[in-house]
Design a protein around this ligand. Sequence first.
Ligand code: NDP
Length: 395
Amino acid sequence: MTRRISILGATGSVGTATLDLVRRAEPDAFELIALTANRNVDALAAIAREFKPRIAVIGDERQGGTLSKALEGTGIETASGPTALIEAASRPVDWTMAAIVGSAGLEPTAAALQDGAAVALANKECLVCAGEYFIDLAARRGATILPVDSEHNAIFQSIYPGHDRFIRRITLTASGGPFRDWPRERMGSATRSDALAHPVWSMGDKISIDSATLMNKGLEVIEACRLFGLPPRQVDVVIHRQSVIHGLVEYVDGSVLAQLGSPDMRIPIASALSWPERMETPAERLDLARIGQLDFEPPDEARFPALRIARDALEAGEGATAALNAANEVAVEAFLQGQVGFLDIAGLVSDCLGSLEGSAALPQRFGGLDEALDVDSRARTWTRDALSTVNSKHA
Ligand code: NDP
């Protein structure tokens, strides 16, 4: 049976990997409803021509004319702007890939969940900024959230149906990023290309920088607590350089179930795309004899303070995690633009949380998405203002 699917963030790393699987599937396995991007109009037009969705949407309104011109005569509807993104995301489908990066993905993902279908959640920011709202929305609308982050997908696959009440703890693995062997002093002068050179995974720029600071693992701890309904003390992180084991679930009897696979995002994406069945992928097969050895070590929070900052925000509540996410987005973008140093990223996030929590209590939980977006906007403003005064004081 043909499944109707939409891909939000179709031009990105996760979006492209999803389209690669669609391309390899039987010709009538999927019907594309919506493909979206933000600014990359040429890439969006090219994939729209290939996959023939009903609608292609570009977030940047200034690119709307270029998109409609590029798709003239194809019969594909085009639209532009944030409202059009939300409208396209709300069109009825069987499955949506939510792969817009950052808090820009919150409203389109919420629109997709409203429809009650399956949503493959790559955008971890939804659960970091407003976890309770999204989990509750999915439950009310009868929608299924399928985790795409490789660690969360691994945990999801390792929870034997009905056994979630027997979980003692879960463990998320981390490759350690490009600076796993760098002393902190050296990180102070890390360049953009040093930080983007991830040793294992090939990903978009934002998440690559988050992997270098280990903020990504902090965001994932928050995501895991909210997705699996676990308290922070039951979610561990371990550095595992080979990225062969992605996540582990320990049960009360001492059994540990884990999911293994080569570090290729097409594996967790395929697991979500074919759920509750399985599909073929071209991912490299695991050859444990060739790998020979798997290493594990605890994360070093002195060299990578972002992990502790994220855990502290998780203890403080949703207001703090939404602010953490927004401040981090602004700080990472500033680092990518060469405006601040690598160590300033975690420093700015920590200072933003301190300032916002000092001026007024951030809410423990949000009543709705508007409240989360309000905290997001306040944290962005604070961090942008602080950028002008940063002079590597955190180095
Ligand atoms: P990329 O930066 O590669 O792609 C992001 C996508 O979102 C692009 O299609 C981009 O469009 C679009 N986009 C960016 N900003 C906006 C906006 N303001 N409004 C609408 N669309 C926007 O990101 P990734 O694919 O790496 O990551 C996507 C999400 O998945 C993130 O939340 C990330 O944390 C998560 N994730 C990613 C993994 C990976 O392996 N890459 C692994 C696990 C999770 P355009 O191309 O036009 O800019």
